[in-house]
Design a protein. Structure first.
Length: 75
């Protein structure tokens, strides 16, 4: 059951500045070899209300390999 739901992205998160649940925007903070770090921002006031880490998968490695000129990744 551990992989049943895959990945989630938040549409609303509680904002301590607005003192209520608000829609959020997601912003990419860092791209690392192990994955990406995203930040959730309140759509109303712009406050940072959380983060999400996306682990690098097979697709990310293939894109990196084709960008480096690896002949095995060309179609």
């Amino acid at each position: 059951m551990s992989g049943q739901f895959g990945e989630f992205t938040a549409s609303e998160i509680y904002c301590p500045k607005c003192k209520r649940s608000q829609p959020v925007r997601e912003r990419l903070l860092l791209v690392l070899p192990a994955g990406e770090l995203h930040e959730y921002l309140c759509a109303h006031c712009g406050a940072s209300v959380g983060t999400r880490e996306v682990k690098a998968g097979e697709g990310a490695r293939l894109i990196a390999a084709s960008a480096s000129g690896d002949p095995l990744s060309k179609h």
